[in-house]
Design a protein around this ligand. Sequence first.
Ligand SMILES: Nc1nc2c(ncn2[C@@H]2O[C@H](COP(=O)(O)OP(=O)(O)OP(=O)(O)O)[C@@H](O)[C@H]2O)c(=O)[nH]1
Ligand SMILES: [Mg+2]
Length: 347
Amino acid sequence: MFTHLDENQQPRMVDISQKVAGDRRAVAQCIVQLPKAIKDYLTGQEIVLKKGPVIQTAIIAGTMAVKKTADLIPFCHTLPIHGCKFDVKIVDQGQDYLEIILQCAVNTNYKTGVEMEALCGVSVAALAIYDMCKSISSEIIIKNTQLIEKTGGKADIKQTPLYGLVLTGGKSKRMGKDKALINYQGQPHGQYIYDLLSKYCEQVFLSARPGQWQGTALENLPTLVDEGESVGPMSGILTALQSYPQVNWLIIACDLVYINSTMVEKLIAHARQDLVATCYENADQGFPEALCGIYTPLALKLFTKAKHIGLHCPVKILQMADYQLIKPDNLLDIANVNSPEDYVQIN
Ligand SMILES: Nc1nc2c(ncn2[C@@H]2O[C@H](COP(=O)(O)OP(=O)(O)OP(=O)(O)O)[C@@H](O)[C@H]2O)c(=O)[nH]1
Ligand SMILES: [Mg+2]
């Protein structure tokens, strides 16, 4: 276990001697807002002042800072910087200010990540811009410093595109009417989940049986139709994995009535690329909520095998492989509503 406190409760640097080295990359971004007076000094994507070229200076300052990170931040490890690249965009949208969007990408092959280096790089580049421009005006705001990408280590989920799948292909026999059309949040729930996933995914599809949504409120949403016989949610999952085998799939059943942004963000933040899936834990029974999780390309082989051996239950399929469970903040978050009795209970 890694910890920042030693046995005497004193701070210490985490010991990473046992960690395995690997390629790691991080990208940080920050925005520098400059007053419109600066526009007079703009030449293309450079700001040329008597003091010198602002953007070039910022990039040099930022690159030097990346290499100095371990000297500045107490518990950062000294690590080899294998690459450091700045991307700078000057955005003039006709307002009375300009924005400079700074991005700093750092890579290494080491035992720990380079997000602090990337953040340190953009921060110091922004300060260099401030220093260069302050004689013209001090109306300068440095804002939105954040990490926008981190890959390598155990959290490289963002390297692979994320697609969304709303499972709607069931017959809703217990409910007696289509669960994806029930209105819980002001619109048919299939549409609600589709819109929610669209905030995080490059593409989102409904998963359905052929012709299922024709003539309904969901008919215009992109849909992946089960290939072959529909034998339950695994048919929809397998179809998605086969249709786009190179992406990660965020898969949500249409009867999860409380699914929300916080839950999706938590899944994305914790998902592991080296496992078949990351799912919420059904705390009652300790099994994975297989229909509320992120599946990696590793899942294709597993689900194909399950089909061959006639195994249909997604929970049992996951249990044949390595997956990760994360705890929901609230047990109710993963409740699914299957019957009129369930429906009454939640209302
Ligand atoms: N694509 C696809 N999705 C399915 C299939 N069967 C169930 N699902 C979806 O998987 C999720 C969980 O399924 P269930 O809770 O059993 O829903 P259901 O099969 O509609 O409900 P019952 O008919 O009452 O068992 C729901 O979002 C369903 O829409 C299927 O054959 N194909
Ligand atoms: Mg259900």
